[in-house]
Design a protein around this ligand. Structure first.
Ligand SMILES: [Fe+2]
Length: 208
């Protein structure tokens, strides 16, 4: 009994020192982990790889198939609400909505303009159709920006409160509003691409 008390005290002291040492190590490692980096090596490598892939040949149809896949992914997100999409899948979707699909539209508009300029026999309705496609692109892009923001807000809200916060009505409203926006977007986008392909086919046909 004489030795137990000092031994226990010594063990407690050692354990306190070890815990303090560990907590210092953890806080140092947290500082290192949170230090700002001037660039992201991981994203830079991914961007370089995407750059290589982007320089490969493709077709307008192949690009449309990629956009159809985006619509399918969005539909799956709407079906899964109120569950939020994972951060990994969301970050790629946001980049496609904000940058990828608008870039596709710009390229398509240039192609339409040069095809019409090089085809003196193109009927008047094709000129109107091309103008309408450009107007729809603008409309779609506004919806894409709104949708990207809504998806991000929803993900952040779920990260903060989970899918069932104390304000159940607000949760339900948020999920319903996002679901409506997603469904509106992919319905409009699928319809837009279907008639756009018809216009492009007519334009090519009229130039033969
Ligand atoms: Fe397109």
């Amino acid at each position: 009994m004489i030795w137990i008390k000092p031994l226990r005290r010594r063990c407690e002291t050692l354990s306190t020192v070890r815990n303090k040492h560990l907590s210092v190590q953890v806080s140092e490692s947290q500082c290192v982990m949170d230090r700002k980096l001037p660039f992201s090596p991981l994203k830079q490598a991914m961007s370089a790889q995407l750059g290589i892939e982007a320089r490969g040949e493709t077709t307008a149809r192949a690009e449309h198939m990629l956009i159809i896949a985006v619509c399918d992914r969005l539909e799956a997100i709407a079906d899964a609400l109120p569950a939020a999409p994972s951060n990994e899948s969301l970050s790629e979707l946001l980049a496609l909505l904000r940058f990828g699909i608008p870039a596709h539209c710009r390229h398509e508009e240039q192609e339409l303009t040069s095809a019409l300029a090089g085809n003196a026999d193109a009927p008047r309705w094709l000129h109107h159709a091309a103008a309408l496609i450009k107007a729809e692109h603008m409309d779609n892009e506004n919806i894409m920006l709104e949708l990207a923001e809504a998806l991000e807000d929803y993900r952040n809200r779920v990260d903060r409160h989970g899918t069932t916060s104390t304000d159940v009505t607000a949760d339900q409203k948020g999920a319903n509003a996002l679901g409506y926006l997603i469904r509106h977007f992919f319905t409009q986008m699928r319809r837009h691409m279907a008639w756009e392909e018809k216009v492009i086919a007519e334009l090519r046909g009229s130039s033969d």
